[in-house]
Each structure stands twice: as structure tokens, then as C-alpha cells.
Design a protein. Structure first.
Length: 436
């Protein structure tokens, strides 16, 4: 009788609290904890295999553009001023700057060490993301598929092979950790330390990347959607760090003034094309309305199907993912319109769309027959990974071999990379920071 009563209580708690970390024991179709762990850890490990397979390629990379600009700015001022000064008058990310320069100094100026650090961060994000999906009660198969979609995609090349992009990784990692802390708080099984950890992670996310400003707003929305309308203090704690950073940015960083039509067009293109355009081989230009409508329609259908297949307890999470994608599109539309519509599918912008879209795709295929799921898994992994070698060859030449060659052969007064720093200045920075 006690066993039956406990199971009934757990089911009632699960209905009342959609953030329960696991399905009730004994539920039909549930997967063992060991199998779930194997799927999440396995998916995260597979996601870092490109680093191991192409280690020699990554080892050829070198400091490039924004990397040199960061070091150039630091060499002309004090450490404290450099940390808090807006980078290129665009973004304030003091926590990232502190961690990045600490990594440069502690590694002795090794670029490969910085790349390896990015992949370690990537692995950690994959694990945090996978366990978040499990805690949201996604089926383990859907969670594993989502982690692979996010983690293995070759379209993430720029994020994983350019040290300046570590800021977006750190911002996302702290955001996921904040979400985990929020779930503990909503489960009412925590003390004050979890509230402190929650706010600290939100602050850390916003101090690593300007795009982190949406994280607190998103978590406040999630809190409301899961039935936390009375949690005014928790929602305020989620939003206040964002408000403070926006105020600081407004006061210290020159405002971007894109046209409303241009910002909207850029944001819609980004939203419709990512992440599928960079994964599926297609010869048409990203600015073609046919391509935009095609990929936008596919993306919308997958999202609609995921909502259709999911129970209502998953709706808050799925809505939060959609809002995350839309908010990122709006932020990029405001800040990046001037770069042109072709940049909406840049590799550096794939991280968040892959994270938002992966769970939807995983939910869609989870209900298929086992044989079909296996075939789709194999085909999808091939599609995600087949471009790694070709893209890396081109990336290594432009961001490694060519830069090294120009630094050794160019006249002192000639610019050697897009930062427009001269070869003389680049050689001085290499000597000052022992870059290699």
C-alpha cells in the first residue's frame, strides 16, 4: 500500500510541477538511469570527436583579427581599464576578457591551448544541455538526438575554431547552469545558496557576451509559464542583471541605429534559414526568397510537429526555446544589419539555432519505429559531420597557414590580416605575449 501511495504522490507532483527531474519510476516506456546516462555522455563524447580526428588541422590555427585587436588594446592600457572598456566600441564583456587573457598567459601564448579550451567548454555545454533535456522529461532518445544535432554539426566551425568565440560559449554555459539552478528552486528543494548560484550564473552569462542579455528575460518567462506567476522576486532576480547591463551598454557603448526594415529583414532571414541552410547541401544563395521560404517552412513544420507530439508539461520549455531563437534573431537584426544579409548564415551564429532546434527534431523522430530511428540517426550524423574536413582545410589556410606566412614575409608597414594591424605591430605582439 505504501509503495502504491508513493507512486501516486510522485505522479501528482509530476502533474503539478513540470520541472520534475525524472519520470516516475515504473512508468511504462521509461528508460533506465544507466541507459539515459550512456546516451547523454555518449552524445557529448561524439560531439568532440572532430577535435581528436583533426587535431593536426586545429594545431595549425593562429591568432586572427579580433584576437590581435584584443591584445593590441591591452598592450596600450592597464589591465583593469582593458577589462572594462567596450571592445571595438561594441560590446562589454569583462568576465570573458578576464578569462581569455588568463588563458593566454597560463598557456604561454599557445593558440592550440585556447582551441582545446573551447572544445572542453563545448563538451561541458553538451552535457549541461543533455541533462537539462532529461530534467525537462524529454525522452532519452530525443535528448541524445538533440545533443548530437547541437554538438556535432560542422556548421559550428567558427565557434569552435576562433578563440574570440569562446565568449558566446561561456555565455551559453552559464545560461544553462542558471536554468539548472532555476529548476532546483522551482522544485522547492533548495536553500538560499541556489538562489545565489542562479543570480550569479545569469550575471556571468551577461558579462561574457552581449547576447547574454536575453538569458535572464528568458528564464523569467519560463518561471511564469510553469506556474510561477506568484514568484515576483524570482522573476525580478532573473531580469535585474539584464536591465543593469543594458543600462551600462546604453551609457557607454555607441548605439547602433539600423533601419527598422533592415533589422526586421535581417532577423527574419536569420530565423528562417538557421540552422538547416548550413547543414543541407544547396547551391542557391542565402538571400533567395525561395530558399528562405523553403527552410523557414521546414523549420516551422518541425516546431509545430514537436508541439503536437509533446504533452503540455513540455510546452513551457519548448516555448522558451522558440523565444530564445526569436530573441537572438532580434538582437542580431539590431546589431548586425550593416554586415549584409549573407552573414545571417555565418558559422558563428549557428550555436543557438542548433540548440533551440535540436530538441524539436528529437521529439519528432522519437515516436518513429526503432529501425527508422537508427537509419535517421546514421544519416543525420553523416550530414552533420561530412563537411568538417573540407571546411577545416579552408579555415586552416585562411586563419592559420596564410596568417603565419604573411607575418614572416610582409613588409613591416603592410597590413597582414583584416584587423588592419601592420606586420610590424603583429610581430611585436607575438614577441610580447609569446604567441605561437
Amino acid at each position: 500500500m505504501g509503495s502504491k501511495r508513493n507512486r501516486a504522490v510522485r505522479r501528482q507532483q509530476a502533474r503539478e510541477n513540470p520541472t520534475t527531474s525524472a519520470a516516475p519510476a515504473g512508468e511504462k516506456g521509461s528508460m533506465s538511469a544507466r541507459s539515459t546516462q550512456a546516451i547523454i555522455w555518449g552524445s557529448a563524447f561524439v560531439s568532440v570527436l572532430p577535435l581528436l580526428f583533426y587535431w593536426s588541422h586545429f594545431n595549425e590555427l593562429f591568432f586572427f583579427h579580433d584576437d590581435f585587436l584584443l591584445l593590441d588594446e591591452l598592450s596600450r592600457t592597464t589591465l583593469v581599464r582593458w577589462i572594462f572598456h567596450p571592445f571595438l566600441n561594441e560590446s562589454i564583456f569583462p568576465l570573458f576578457k578576464s578569462l581569455w587573457i588568463a588563458a593566454v598567459w597560463s598557456s604561454g601564448g599557445s593558440y592550440m591551448a585556447l582551441i582545446a579550451l573551447q572544445w572542453v567548454t563545448h563538451f561541458t555545454i553538451c552535457l549541461a544541455f543533455g541533462w537539462l533535456l532529461i530534467r525537462m522529461r524529454l525522452p532519452a532518445v530525443a535528448a541524445g538526438f538533440a545533443v548530437l544535432t547541437f554538438g556535432l554539426a560542422s556548421s559550428n566551425l567558427e565557434t569552435l575554431a576562433w578563440s574570440i568565440q569562446w565568449n558566446s560559449q561561456l555565455s551559453l554555459l552559464f545560461f544553462l547552469l542558471a536554468w539548472h539552478a532555476l529548476l532546483r528552486i522551482l522544485e522547492r528543494q533548495t536553500g538560499a545558496r541556489w538562489y545565489v548560484a542562479y543570480v550569479a550564473c545569469i550575471v556571468a552569462s551577461t558579462l561574457c557576451s552581449s547576447r547574454g542579455v536575453v538569458c535572464g528575460l528568458l528564464l523569467a518567462l519560463f518561471t511564469i509559464l510553469v506556474g510561477g506567476r506568484s514568484r515576483i522576486a524570482l522573476c525580478a532576480a532573473s531580469v535585474v542583471p539584464t536591465v543593469i547591463l543594458v543600462l551600462i551598454t546604453w551609457l557607454w557603448v555607441p548605439a547602433s541605429r539600423p533601419s527598422q526594415v533592415g533589422a526586421l529583414t535581417y532577423g527574419l532571414n536569420y530565423l528562417a534559414l538557421n540552422p538547416l541552410y548550413s547543414l543541407i547541401p544547396i547551391s542557391h544563395d542565402a538571400t533567395s526568397w525561395v530558399v528562405i521560404l523553403l527552410f523557414g517552412s521546414i523549420k516551422a513544420m518541425v516546431i509545430a510537429w514537436a508541439f503536437h507530439k509533446s504533452s503540455r508539461r513540455l510546452y513551457p520549455f519548448l516555448i522558451a526555446l522558440v523565444v530564445f531563437d526569436v530573441a537572438t534573431a532580434a538582437a542580431l537584426g539590431y546589431a548586425r544589419t550593416w554586415t549584409g544579409l549573407k552573414t545571417t548564415v555565418s558559422s558563428r551564429y549557428q550555436y543557438i539555432p542548433l540548440l533551440c532546434f535540436g530538441p524539436m527534431l528529437g521529439i519528432m523522430i522519437e515516436g518513429w519505429r526503432r529501425e527508422m530511428r537508427v537509419l535517421v540517426f546514421v544519416a543525420w550524423i553523416c550530414l552533420l559531420s561530412y563537411r568538417w574536413e573540407g571546411d577545416l582545410d579552408r579555415w586552416v589556410f585562411s586563419r592559420g597557414t596564410h596568417i603565419r606566412q604573411l607575418l614572416s614575409t610582409y613588409p613591416p608597414s603592410a597590413p597582414f590580416d583584416p584587423s588592419r594591424l601592420t606586420a610590424r605591430r603583429g610581430r611585436k605582439l607575438i614577441e610580447q605575449y609569446n604567441l605561437h
